[in-house]
Design a protein around this ligand. Structure first.
Ligand code: FES
Length: 95
C-alpha cells in the first residue's frame, strides 16, 4: 500500500509528497538536486550519502536549521527551506 500524499512547502511553494518518506528523497524525486550551498565556497550541495553521514543535504525544516533531509521523514504541513548561504568570508576581501 502506497504512502498517502501530504502537502508541504518548499521555499514557500506548495508541494505534495508521500508521508513518511525522507524529505531529501521526496525532493530528489521531484527533480530538486540543489538543497543548499557550501558555507565557504558557495558551491551547490545536495543528496550525497543518503544515510546521514555527510551533512550535504541540510535544510531548514519547520524553523530548525541544519536538519539532514535524508533522515527527516516528510510530515503533513512541513515548511522546508533551503538555507541561504552566508556571505563569503569577510577576511578574503580585507586589504
Ligand atoms: S545526504 Fe549525506 S547526510 Fe544527508
Amino acid at each position: 500500500m502506497a504512502n498517502p500524499l501530504v502537502r508541504f512547502w518548499l521555499d514557500g511553494e506548495e508541494r505534495q509528497g508521500p508521508l513518511g518518506v525522507p524529505v531529501g528523497l521526496v525532493l530528489y524525486g521531484q527533480g530538486e538536486r540543489v538543497l543548499g550551498w557550501n558555507e565557504v565556497t558557495g558551491q551547490p550541495r545536495g543528496l550525497y550519502c543518503g544515510i546521514g553521514h555527510c551533512f550535504e543535504c541540510r535544510l531548514e525544516i519547520d524553523g530548525v536549521r541544519d536538519q539532514r533531509a535524508c533522515l527527516v521523514p516528510l510530515a503533513a504541513g512541513m515548511r522546508v527551506c533551503r538555507q541561504v548561504p552566508p556571505t563569503p568570508l569577510a577576511f578574503e576581501d580585507a586589504p
